[in-house]
Design a protein around this ligand. Sequence first.
Ligand SMILES: C[S@@+](CC[C@H](N)C(=O)[O-])C[C@H]1O[C@@H](n2cnc3c(N)ncnc32)[C@H](O)[C@@H]1O
Length: 170
Amino acid sequence: MKVTVLRLGHRLSRDARISTHLALVARAFGAQRIVYDAGAADVKESVDRISQAWGGGFEVAFVKGWKRYVQDFPGVKVHLTMYGLPIADVIPGLAGVGELLVVVGGAKVPSEVYGLVDHNVAVGGQPHSEVAALAVFLDRLFMGGELSHDFGGKKRVIPQARGKKLSESP
Ligand SMILES: C[S@@+](CC[C@H](N)C(=O)[O-])C[C@H]1O[C@@H](n2cnc3c(N)ncnc32)[C@H](O)[C@@H]1O
């Protein structure tokens, strides 16, 4: 399954750190691409640098008209929101989907989003964070398999009970 994350409400001056974390979580937990509704060159630069060293073909992109992007997306669309249906009820219906769009919000989510997607999905009924919601959603979607994916990067962690070990190829 090919997963694209659409992050709405990126505020250029305030959100660089959380938007970067969202991209890193998307990449590490099995998505192929993250799209922001506002230019975030600094975010793209730091995520691209990590992908170069740690592998995978993760892509960071920007879109001007997010509404058109969602409408034209050629696949199934979900929106993560605490007001949606429980994640456990939605995930089984996503088996076999080829292309999936996962929309996450920021400070304020435009109300039209709820009607543009196929599923509004709650990761619990409490307010928390788009980073946490995305991580739990992707982990449930891929049933944990994404955590052992081989990214084929120049840098790799050699797991240790204690201490830190990295292998680095040129
Ligand atoms: C800090 S919240 C802001 C929510 C905002 N008050 C709104 O209008 O929905 C940012 C994003 O985190 C995600 N999120 C937060 N809690 C969630 C939950 N319980 N289930 C699913 N997604 C959640 C949603 O994507 C939300 O848009």
